[in-house]
Design a protein around this ligand. Sequence first.
Ligand SMILES: [Cu+2]
Length: 162
Amino acid sequence: MKVFSLVCLLAVVPVAVSAAQTKPKAAGTQAKSSKGARTVELTGGDTMKYDVTSIQAKPGERLHVVLKSNGTAPKIVMAHNFVLLKPGTSALEFNNAAMTARDTDFIPPAMKDKIIANTGLAGPGETVDVTFTAPTKPGAYEYLCSFPGHYQVGMKGELVVK
Ligand SMILES: [Cu+2]
């Protein structure tokens, strides 16, 4: 009897596994929207810096920015995002407004219209991403991490469209 139930269990396990595997399909759908986009990988860690501070793009190019946090400090005190600002937007002003916007993952609701693209927050070991179309107008577009304090110590960079 015991052997029988063990066999049953073994027969059930693969079903459970395949059911669990349907979950990444949602991520697959997301990957579909980044299809045709060029992936740009960035990391950020406990030093509060991006490893990539300049991204080159062609006007109107589809980009898939992937940000991984390789830090170890708890997410509540150390998380990172990628926020690409529209031209003419002060990164400092955005940063200052973000400080009090913990409820919205440091994306100040009043300045949402100043953003070209942004990811969510990545805690230690986490990866966040966003797919967007680079501006068609050549120029340098600033990006920053809007977690409090990070912009001030230099967690920023620029997307250069040319
Ligand atoms: Cu950061």
